[in-house]
Design a protein around this ligand. Structure first.
Ligand SMILES: NC(=O)c1ccc[n+]([C@@H]2O[C@H](COP(=O)([O-])OP(=O)(O)OC[C@H]3O[C@@H](n4cnc5c(N)ncnc54)[C@H](OP(=O)(O)O)[C@@H]3O)[C@@H](O)[C@H]2O)c1
Length: 333
C-alpha cells in the first residue's frame, strides 16, 4: 500500500512511499482509508521540520479486518479515526497527547491504517467517507467548545471567528443546539457562503476591526455567552470586550498570533471563563454523532483533491482561500 511520510522539508513536506500493508493485532482494527481532511495543525506540523511520520489526524474509511477481541466494529463499517487514539472518555491527561494522530503517531494519509478499537468510531448514518473525514478534529473541537464547558443553551449567543474548519462547524453545531450566532470573516464573499447556515449576524473584521461592537449591538450590549476563540492572542482583546458576564471564551487556536497585549482584568470583572481545550474524547465524538444523526448536518467541503496530489491540498489550505474543510480522496468502496 501507499502512504505519505513527512520529509522534514517545509517547502516539500510530503513523500509518497510504498510500504507493507499493516495487520491488526489484538484489540486493533485495520481501516482502508477512503478520505482524509486537513486542519491548520497539519500545516504547522509540516512547517515544523518533523519527519518520518504519516501526516493528518483526520480520516474515514472502511473496516477491512479486526484483531482478536474486537467487538464494537465489524468489517464493512464506515468509521472515522479519533484524533487521539487513546482518549475514550473523561478529562484529558498528558498521556492522551502521546496518541495524537499525524503528530505523535502515524496519521491517516495512507491507503490502510491500523488503529486501536477505541480509536475508531462509526460515521454518522448515511454519510459519505468524504463527509465523515471532516469530523475528527475540527467538528469535535467545536462540539467540545459548545458543550464541554458550560453547555450552550437555546437562545444564547455564540461567536465564531473566521470561516475555517472549526468555525464553520461551530456555526452549524451552534445552530443545531438552538443558539444565536455571529460569525466574522476577512471577506464579504466568504460571509455570503455562510448564509445557508443561517448566521444571525455577520461581520467583516477587516472592514470592522472592532468587531466586538457588532457582537455587543447584537446582544443588546450584554455580550455573547460563548466565543470560539481560534485567533488566539491577536483576537483575545476583542473577545474579552464582548463576552457576557458569566460567559465563556473557549481558547482553541492561534491564527492571529501567540503574543499580544491583553488586559485580563476584563475577564475578572465579568466573571468570565477562559477555557483552553484540545479536540475531544471519543465519548464526546459519539455524543456529537448522535446529535448529527438526530438533527442532520451537511459539512461544508470547499474542495476535494486526489490522493496523488495531496501537496495541492496543503497549498490550498495554506492559501486561506477556503471556507470549511479541504478534503483528500484516497479511494472508493
Ligand atoms: N485546540 C484544539 O483542539 C484545536 C483544534 C482544531 C484547530 N485548532 C486551531 O484553531 C485554529 C483554526 O483551525 P482550523 O483548522 O479551523 O483552520 P483553517 O480551516 O485553516 O482556518 C483558516 C481561516 O481562519 C480565518 N482566520 C485567519 N486569521 C484570522 C484572524 N486573525 N482572525 C479571525 N479569523 C482568522 C480565515 O478565515 P476568514 O478569511 O473567513 O477570516 C482563514 O481562512 C488554528 O489555530 C488551529 O491550530 C485548535
Amino acid at each position: 500500500m501507499r502512504a505519505y511520510v513527512l520529509t522534514g522539508d517545509a517547502d516539500s513536506p510530503l513523500e509518497l512511499r510504498q510500504v507493507p500493508d499493516p495487520e491488526p493485532g489484538p484489540g486493533e482494527v485495520a481501516v482502508r482509508v477512503l478520505a482524509t481532511s486537513l486542519n491548520y495543525r497539519d500545516l504547522m506540523i509540516a512547517r515544523s521540520g518533523r519527519s518520518g511520520v504519516v501526516p493528518l489526524s483526520d480520516g474515514a474509511g472502511e473496516v477491512i479486518a479486526v484483531g482478536a477481541g474486537v467487538s464494537s466494529v465489524q468489517p464493512g463499517q464506515l468509521v472515522c479515526g479519533c484524533f487521539f487514539a487513546h482518549w475514550p472518555s473523561g478529562r484529558i491527561t498528558a498521556a492522551v497527547h502521546d496518541g495524537a494522530l499525524g503528530g505523535a503517531v502515524d496519521g491517516m494519509l495512507a491507503e490502510v491504517v491500523v488503529l486501536p478499537e477505541h480509536g475508531v468510531i462509526p460515521a454518522p448514518r448515511g454519510w459519505t467517507a468524504e463527509q465523515a473525514s471532516t469530523l475528527p478534529c475540527a467538528a469535535l473541537t467545536a462540539w467540545n467548545a459548545l458543550v464541554g464547558g458550560q453547555p450552550v443553551r437555546a437562545g444564547q449567543t455564540v461567536v465564531l471567528l473566521g470561516t475555517g474548519g472549526v468555525s464553520v462547524f461551530g456555526l452549524q453545531l451552534a445552530k443545531l443546539l438552538g443558539a444565536r450566532t455571529v460569525i466574522t470573516s476577512s471577506s464579504d464573499e466568504k460571509l455570503a457562503r455562510m448564509e445557508p447556515f443561517g448566521p444571525d449576524a455577520t461581520v467583516n473584521y477587516t472592514a470592522h476591526e472592532r468587531w466586538s461592537d457588532v457582537v455587543l449591538e447584537e446582544t443588546g450590549g450584554l455580550g455573547a455567552e460563548l466565543i470560539l476563540e481560534v485567533g488566539g492572542a491577536g483576537t483575545l482583546a476583542q473577545s474579552m470586550r464582548c463576552v457576557r458576564h458569566g460567559g465563556q471564551i473557549a481558547l482553541i487556536g492561534i491564527l492571529a498570533g501567540t503574543s499580544a497585549k491583553v488586559n485580563p482584568g476584563l475577564l475578572v470583572s465579568r466573571s468570565a471563563d477562559l477555557r483552553g481545550l484540545y479536540v475531544g474524547s471519543r465519548e464526546q465524538f459519539a455524543e456529537m454523532n448522535a446529535a448529527i444523526d438526530q438533527h442532520g448536518l451537511d459539512p461544508l467541503i470547499d474542495e476535494v483533491f486526489p490522493f496523488e496530489d495531496a501537496a495541492a491540498a496543503y497549498r490550498h489550505l495554506a492559501s486561506q482561500a477556503h471556507v470549511g474543510k479541504v478534503v483528500i480522496s484516497v479511494g472508493s468502496r
